[in-house]
Design a protein around this ligand. Structure first.
Ligand code: NAD
Length: 367
């Protein structure tokens, strides 16, 4: 197999996890890494995530066959500008990992135009509340969408060659126009983050006047607001590089809230019922139900009694499976069982877990 040199700039969660994924399929590839802080460089070297490290971005770029920019969006654009001035290997593939695409792709098409390089925008759609190289995870992108946004600087075989390099990520590769990428993610990712943080802000203020607010907040509120714990600087740059699409979703939502308010004001029972029924039906039809959704997990639900060691016993049965998350949905009612939600990376492990728990316990198990 041909040995390639891959240069990853930004040894954070995404850069580190991509390095591990590339190595999994191509142990013979040499992975070079750039990072500002020596701490991340040292961890990446010690753990064998990369083979060589630098704090001088330009120094490694001329050696690379593939350059992956896994830094914040603004810095990605600054690095693209720098790459345009460097003497790179002919036909080097340059890509990125930014969460918004149009600004990055526009910058690449502008600065790299006429240069003997290939560029394609990328967005690996998996993440975590954790950050930094220490959180690198070879399974992070398994079954997740990995989006390519081809543009002027993309050659006919750029994506096919990159897919080969990235095959060890075991992601689902898809292609979409960069603007359409930003439109779609504004709806299903960017806008929900605004709602979650607004809801937290509203509840926090309300709790100052109504002290039981914090105590009564339970499963539904937690599910709605989990993403409010995300890293603020990443989300600030996402909103600022997708202004028009996000503002459009905010305006649209204001109208929807006004419509519900008017139904409530009028006491329109049928209208309110239809509103909830429509939401329920739409959610059931969405892909999140069919395949664990954008979190790319497969969920199992176990009704568990409130007894000692129940959860430990279940987890013991699941030793060796690709378990990615365990969540206990304790409703704020004491008369019902808790629901243990266990998420797996793939369907095979989900089915295996369903079988072993059903065979070895008396608990109700649902998928
Ligand atoms: P991270 O905080 O884990 O790592 C960011 C890396 O960029 C670090 O190595 C940091 O040292 C470096 N960096 C930050 N500012 C820099 C600067 N000014 N100059 C040079 N280096 C700088 O973040 P991450 O989650 O790995 O995110 C990296 C990219 O991937 C971002 O563009 C983000 O939008 C995108 N992304 C993130 C997620 C996610 O959920 N975390 C998902 C998909 C894409």
């Amino acid at each position: 197999m041909e040995e390639k040199i891959i240069y990853i700039a930004g040894l954070g969660l995404i850069g580190g996890s991509m390095a591990l994924g590339i190595k999994r399929a191509h142990p013979n590839y040499k992975i070079l890494g750039y990072n500002r802080s020596s701490e991340s460089r040292d961890i990446a070297l010690e753990r064998g995530i990369i083979d060589e490290a630098t704090d001088d971005f330009a120094s490694f770029a001329p050696r690379a066959d593939v350059i992956i920019l896994a830094v914040p969006i603004k810095q990605t654009i600054a690095f693209i500008k720098m790459l345009a001035e460097l003497d790179l290997k002919s036909n080097v593939i340059i890509t990125d990992a930014g969460s918004t695409k149009l600004d990055i792709v526009t910058a690449a098409d502008h600065y790299l135009k006429g240069r003997p390089v290939q560029f394609v925008g990328s967005h690996p759609m998996a993440g975590s509340h954790k950050s930094g190289v220490i959180a690198s995870d070879v399974t992070l992108f398994e079954n997740a969408y990995y989006i390519f946004t081809p543009s002027e600087m993309t050659q006919p075989d750029t994506i096919a060659n990159l897919k080969e390099v990235l095959s060890g990520l075991q992601a689902r590769f898809v292609e979409i126009d960069p603007k359409e990428h930003d439109n779609v993610t504004s709806q299903i990712s960017h806008f929900p983050h605004i709602i979650a943080s607004s809801l937290m802000e509203q509840a926090g203020d309300y709790a100052k006047l109504h002290e039981m607010t914090n105590h009564f907040a339970a499963g539904g509120f937690r599910d709605m607001t989990r993403i409010a714990e995300s890293e603020p600087s990443m989300w600030t740059s996402i909103l600022l590089t997708n202004k028009a699409a996000v503002l459009n979703r905010i305006e649209d939502f204001k109208e929807r809230l006004d419509k519900v308010a008017s139904l409530i004001e009028k006491g329109d029972e049928e209208g309110i019922w239809s509103f909830f029924d429509h939401g329920r039906k739409t959610r059931k039809e969405m892909e999140i139900h069919k395949r664990g959704g954008v979190d790319s997990s497969y969920d199992l639900f176990v009704d568990v009694p409130d007894e000692e060691d129940v959860i430990l016993h279940i987890l013991e049965l699941l030793r060796g499976t690709s378990l990615v998350n365990v969540h206990i949905n304790e409703e704020n009612r004491e008369d019902i069982h808790g629901i243990l939600q266990i998420s797996f990376k793939n369907e095979k492990d989900l089915k295996h877990a369903q079988k072993v728990i059903t065979e070895n316990t008396s608990y109700r198990v649902t998928i």
